[in-house]
Write a protein that binds this ligand. Structure first.
Ligand code: HEM
Length: 389
């Protein structure tokens, strides 16, 4: 069995500190067979990940992007290949342009301020559950158009789906069913009420092959937005806070220079909250010299490509003045993240407010940190001691 044989992106031994293994994989077995989850190929190098993510004819998302499969396959647009995927993206993209998202900054700052008002005065707080997980859910759910009263049940349901997926398929299905029920209620309410000018309106007005979207298509679209927006951004916030809390010089740099666009990109590259994504091979081919056969599955390790030395100098550190090189934190190719501007806005505003309200902050109790894995990876229980202004 090769280096990747026992690789399992859910297992603690591969999520706490995967970087040394990923480095060896990139150097010795860039496309390598893993035997867990019924077998698949692990792709660890930047150039091969980009090649596969860009070539949706050879590497399809139509069987889902989860290894093992997510409880729902066929969610829109992430499990749809071009050209149909383009049609769906055209419906939602207007809500996610840089301009549309920038107009939302006051609402994002209001959410962040409310959370920090609450944390301010506490000597310690958890940057994952008490910061990231209190910012991305209300912002993302509000952005889509979910009613405030449904947020707690949605957040719990989505958390259950991601947490239980590799261990308890019945509980996962139940949780997914609960989330879908709330989506159905939203759909019925919103079809019966006047437009509010949000993303839900765009979805309800959207057409596919010239026909309005069916209820099922709308539900499948909401599923991608829910899975794609919340944990990803929360982990980007928790990871970046963790890095700054353990790197006072970097913290000082941002206090002095502010948070540039490049700095936000660097935080996403370093954190890579979507560590892996799967694809299915559509015909016999090769990648990085490794023969692949129709129906083989490949796991693209975006987070490994983002640490490749030949692409990013000093890759294990955040470099806020790094020359702009496209990173893989938001993916690559046609499926590149639809909500990246919103994710980056939440990350920037959160750290601006945290830096602006503190003289310094540091990590305490590093042993409390628990790394979560799966498609996403990041730290939980990131205990921070802040010296507030
Ligand atoms: C820092 C936060 C985020 C990260 C790191 C992230 C990362 C990603 C990645 C890597 C993909 C590509 C998946 C693939 O190749 O199959 C993706 C797709 C997607 N993301 Fe994000 N995301 C973030 C925030 C968001 C937010 C806030 C939203 C929505 C409000 C969102 C919505 C989506 C959607 C709809 C897709 C599917 C795009 C498609 O298939 O065409 N994401 N995201």
């Amino acid at each position: 069995m090769g280096l990747a044989g026992r690789y399992n992106h859910f297992a603690e031994e591969f999520i706490v500190d995967p970087y040394a293994l990923w480095r060896r994989l990139r150097e010795e077995e860039p496309v390598a067979r893993a035997e867990t989850h019924d077998g698949y190929y692990v792709v660890s190098r930047y150039e091969h990940i980009r090649e596969a993510a860009a070539d949706t004819e050879r590497f399809s998302s139509a069987n889902g992007t989860g290894i093992p499969p997510l409880p729902m396959v066929g969610i829109i647009p992430i499990d749809v290949d071009p050209p149909e995927q383009h049609e769906y993206r055209r419906i939602i993209n207007p809500a996610f342009t840089a301009q549309a998202v920038a107009a939302h900054e006051p609402q994002v700052r209001a959410v962040v301020s409310e959370v920090l008002d609450d944390l301010q005065g506490r000597s310690e707080f958890d940057a994952s559950d008490q910061l990231g997980m209190r910012i991305s859910p209300p912002v993302a759910l509000g952005y889509v158009g979910f009613d405030r009263e449904d947020w707690p049940a949605l957040i719990q349901g989505i958390d259950d789906v991601t947490r239980l997926r590799s261990t308890d398929s019945e509980a996962t299905l139940n949780a997914a069913g609960g989330v879908m029920e709330i989506c159905l209620k939203l759909l019925a309410d919103r079809r019966a009420s006047p437009p509010r000018g949000d993303l839900m309106d765009l979805i309800l007005a959207g057409a596919f092959h010239g026909e309005p979207l069916s209820d099922q298509q709308v539900l499948l679209m909401l599923a991608t937005l829910l899975v794609g927006a919340i944990d990803t951004t929360a982990l980007a916030i928790a990871s970046s806070t963790y890095y700054l809390a353990t790197h006072p010089d970097h913290q000082g740099y941002l206090r002095e220079h502010g948070i540039s666009k490049a700095a936000v990109e660097e935080m996403v590259r370093w954190s890579s909250p979507v560590q892996v994504i799967g694809r299915t091979v559509t015909r016999d081919t090769e990648l990085g010299g490794c023969p692949l056969h129709k129906d083989d599955r490949v796991l693209l390790i975006f987070a490994s490509g983002n640490r490749q030395e030949s692409v990013f100098e000093n890759p294990d550190e955040m470099e806020f003045e790094r020359p702009s090189i496209p990173h893989l934190g938001f993916g690559h190719g046609p499926h590149k993240c639809a909500g990246l501007n919103l994710g980056k806005l939440m990350l920037r505003v959160t750290l601006e407010e945290l830096l602006g309200r503190t003289h310094r902050f540091e990590l305490i109790n590093p042993k409390a940190i628990r790394w979560v894995g799966g498609e996403i990876r990041g730290p939980k229980h990131v205990m921070i001691r802040a010296e507030w202004r």
